[in-house]
Ligand binder design. Structure first.
Ligand code: AMP
Length: 285
């Protein structure tokens, strides 16, 4: 696997491949790679000729400096995992390579920026769009692969691509879970064995909702899920919402594309998860 730490070396490497007619798949990550990340690499390999992965802990998307500081950075084992997965190229820049100084960035994303995650992590999506825009500009991928795990992030990047007419296709990839149902996340390593058990309530509630969706009205189902999670010791619920999967507004009985999303703190670790309840195309779309 080729490893590049500068934009110039990455662009030089990819340029030749593009001239040879190869399509480029791109998987941006913050590192501390797990099987979920590797499943994105595998999907990229199935859909494009050359797969580039980036590992960059982007400071501008962290609204909590402590979270940034303690974000895991096991680069040697990440490189091993990528080698093993036959990833073609890794881009692993320093902060100074990505940001010249105190740059200004603002993208008018609209209300999506301020709902759910946006409410609890102010400024997060400005940082995400800032770094993803820069990464797209460097890599110029044909297809970029993002996880459903960060569902709102996918909608926001889709919005940015539309607003700025960026020449890239986006692919949403399914959530990988551990055998007990917990959604894989780089943050899971911070959970104690006991916290990990409590954390299972998130996927249990989402699963229960999916199984029981036709049995009750949406507001009652939401209340039941909230009660289930709030009753779990050591778990502090931030939100549980049953939404229209296009705009994250609260779903009603007419909503076709329904996605339920949850965020909670388990001890000091903040976790998110979601489930697609129904995915019918809306009338007229
Ligand atoms: P992160 O390093 O957390 O920014 O994640 C990088 C990419 O991997 C994002 O597109 C995530 O949505 C995706 N991802 C994270 N966790 C999972 C998972 N459990 N299954 C599938 N994709 C994931």
């Amino acid at each position: 696997m080729k490893i590049c730490t500068t934009r110039k070396s990455l662009q030089g490497y990819l340029e030749q491949l593009k001239q040879d007619g190869k399509t480029i798949g791109f998987v941006p990550t913050l590192g501390a790679l797990h099987q979920g990340h590797l499943s994105l690499i595998a999907l990229a390999q199935q859909n494009t000729d050359v797969v580039a992965c980036s590992i960059f802990v982007n400071p501008t998307q962290f609204n909590d400096p402590k979270d940034l500081e303690k974000y895991p950075r096991p680069i040697a084992s990440d490189i091993e995992k990528l080698e093993h997965a036959n990833c073609d190229v890794l881009f692993n820049p320093d902060v100074s390579e990505m940001y010249a100084g105190n740059e200004q960035w603002h993208l008018e994303i609209g209300e999506l920026e301020h709902l759910l995650e946006g409410k609890f992590r102010p400024g997060h999506y400005q940082g995400v769009t800032q770094v993803v825009y820069k990464l797209f500009d460097i890599v110029k991928p044909d297809i970029a692969f993002f996880g459903q795990k960060d569902y709102q992030q996918f909608l926001i990047i889709q919005k940015m691509v539309g607003l700025l007419h960026l020449p890239v296709k986006l692919m949403m990839c399914p959530i990988l879970r551990d055998a007990d149902g917990l959604a894989m996340s780089s943050r899971n390593i911070h959970l104690s064995a006991e916290e990990r058990q409590h954390a299972l309530i998130l996927s249990k509630a989402l699963n229960w909702l999916k199984q029981n969706f036709d049995r009750n009205q949406i507001p009652s189902l939401k209340n039941e899920c909230e009660a289930m999670i709030s009753a779990e010791p050591g778990v502090e619920l931030e939100y549980f919402e049953i939404t229209d999967g296009d705009n994250l507004h609260t779903a009603d009985s007419h909503t076709k594309k329904i996605v339920a999303l949850v965020a909670a703190k388990v001890g000091k670790t903040r976790l998110i998860d979601n489930v697609i309840i129904s995915w019918q195309l809306s009338v007229g779309s």
